[in-house]
Design a protein around this ligand. Structure first.
Ligand code: FES
Length: 144
């Protein structure tokens, strides 16, 4: 059984099915190491801790004071998470010059989104969900 494939699940699910078929046929598929439950070692713990620190920091940001965002200072393509008139928001000025102001909370499981200026998307690091500048689901798990 293979689970937890997340965003690339269609590709990795196909890889896993091929690997399982090879195992049943008595072959030694190269993908076994990639899907093995013992692929993690203790020397990877610091890297995993750093990744989780960022996620926990994002969750904490829901309750912590944040910088005030003056929407009139935003240039086209800029965005960020902060306070607008005393409330937390995710704010951006999209490519058409329109301001977009939304909750900073990812609808999937409550992560905090971050503005991705290069892609012009709101990205959630918790499970990789992404939203367009105007708040529509772009990629990944979130539901509206
Ligand atoms: S909480 Fe944002 S993608 Fe899951």
């Amino acid at each position: 059984m293979v689970t937890g494939l997340s965003g690339p699940g269609l590709t990795e699910g196909t890889d896993a099915a091929m690997m399982i078929a090879d195992l049943i046929d008595g072959k030694d598929p190269a993908l076994v190491k990639r899907f093995s439950t013992s692929r993690f070692s203790l020397n990877q713990v610091p890297k995993m801790a750093l990744q989780q620190r960022q996620v926990m920091s994002d969750y904490a940001e829901r309750a912590l004071p944040a910088d005030e965002i003056d929407e009139s200072d935003l240039k086209i393509g800029e965005g960020g998470v902060g306070m607008v008139r005393g409330e937390h928001f995710a704010v951006c000025k999209d490519q058409s010059g329109e301001f977009n102001r939304y909750s900073l909370i990812c609808t999937h499981a409550g992560g905090v989104v971050r503005w991705n200026a290069a892609a012009q998307t709101w990205d959630c690091q918790v499970h990789g969900g992404r939203y367009t500048a105007n708040g529509d689901r772009f990629y990944g798990l979130p539901t509206v």
